[in-house]
Ligand binder design. Structure first.
Ligand code: GLP
Length: 246
């Protein structure tokens, strides 16, 4: 694992944006996996800025989002479709057919997951998976579990994740308790992985991901055996790390 610690969260975000930008500059037809959450917001802002400056061209890029809530329509303000449109897709030059996000309203979610896997394979696999991490060590919505799911699947969200994400929902908005997520195997097949974690709330998960034994209860710990992982942290998220994981 290539671990870089920055003093401030904005520096970690900017470094991730630069890595994503170089991926697109080097391979204009890159296939990317993209996360949601608050961590990627400044990364997407920087990517939008690089696009507006004429540096980045997304016309041949393909994206697959990591996850979507089950039961939320694309136009629902709480859906990850909506989030992605607001934070990134409305600001860059991608056509709708280049963008893939699981359909939270699919009549048959299992079939939707299978079709998503096929679409990823059809696109030639993922060149770069950009990830955040949950406080419980989840990546995408791959929650702590006994046995990890390799492929895109339907997930029951844990109480911790529901509590963490409750901040995005108002009193009148019903928070889904299930989601669909790209599987651990699919993420691990990405040729390159970049993960960003910022803030003290992530310090424990970051330590477990990097220094703990590989454990399906800390899904991100599987990244230890990926051949090309870069982790960008701010000082707060790195607070529980010690030299050589002592
Ligand atoms: C969400 C997403 C994850 C994300 C995580 C952390 O539940 N499904 O992909 O990495 O939570 O979010 P945040 O960046 O807001 O802490």
């Amino acid at each position: 694992m290539n671990i870089r610690v920055f003093e401030h969260d904005m520096q970690a975000a900017q470094a991730a944006a630069f890595l994503l930008a170089s991926q697109i500059l080097e391979k204009p037809d890159s296939v990317l996996a993209l996360p949601t959450g608050s961590t990627p917001v400044p990364v997407y802002k920087e990517l939008a800025h690089l696009t507006a400056s004429g540096i980045l061209d997304w016309s041949r890029v393909t994206t697959f989002n990591l996850d979507e809530y089950l039961g939320l329509a694309a136009d629902d303000e709480q859906s990850y479709h909506h989030f992605m449109h607001e934070q990134l897709f409305s600001k860059i030059n991608m056509r709708p057919e280049q963008i893939h996000i699981l359909d939270g309203m699919a009549a048959d979610p299992e079939a939707e997951c299978l079709a998503y896997e096929r679409a990823i394979r059809g696109a030639g696999g993922i060149d770069l998976a950009f990830l955040g991490i949950g406080r419980n060590g989840h990546i995408g919505f791959n929650e702590p579990t006994e046995i990890m799911s390799a492929m895109t699947h339907v997930v029951d969200l844990t109480a911790e994740t529901l509590a963490d994400n409750a901040r995005f929902f108002t009193k009148n908005q019903k928070q889904p308790t299930q989601a669909m997520s790209m599987g651990i195997g699919t993420i691990m097949q990405a040729r390159q992985i970049v993960l960003v974690a910022t803030g003290g709330g992530k310090a424990r998960a970051v330590r477990q991901m990097i220094c703990g034994s590989m454990d399906p209860q800390i899904p991100a710990s599987i990244l230890q055996i990926h051949k090309s992982v870069t982790i960008f942290l701010d000082r707060a998220a790195a607070a529980a790390l010690k030299a050589n994981c002592d």
